[in-house]
Design a protein around this ligand. Sequence first.
Ligand code: S3P
Length: 199
Amino acid sequence: MTQPQPSVLEQDIAAARSVLGRRNLVFVGLMGAGKSAIGRLVAQMLDIPFVDSDHEIERVSRMSIPELFEAYGEPEFRALEARVIKRLLKTGPRVLSTGGGAFMNDATRAMVLAHGLSVWLKADLDVLWTRVSKRDTRPLLKTANPRKTLSDLLDQRYPVYAKADVTVQSRDDAKETIAAEAIAAVARLDRTQKKAPTS
Ligand code: S3P
């Protein structure tokens, strides 16, 4: 009698979990790329906890991100963000979605690359703009021409996000499809040096 074969997704899930080991799977990318929505779904599929660094910052500071920017400015926000992510990276496995600027910080990026496994959710400007223009909660986009600001951020940041271990194209497709692609991409790392240490 033939045994039922695990589906491709089940095989990828098992491989991705083994690649990850006790590390965090860290989603990076611009605002609107879907880091939280896709990250949450990937966590569900891998059956590991999910945490969003912006929510964690809001929880510990008891302030919203716009309030933090307003009261202390961006440098203080970045310092807090770096501390929160450093702490979160110490325990895992979990999926950690980060705010768009986190991976741009040299110290944070070095920590993520050394202790986590990073996934860049890459999206075109039009996709990002359609999503972010629906809400006005992003302090960095409170400018005279927010679409141009977003476009400038894309130019500055994409070469840096490209240092992530894995790149997955985010687009207007089912979240499940993109989440499955992220898991498959991590599973493929099985055959590279990014495999989790066995000890
Ligand atoms: C920021 C992105 C935001 C938030 C803050 C700064 C950025 O997070 O951390 O407004 O520098 O790109 P999202 O990427 O989740 O919108």
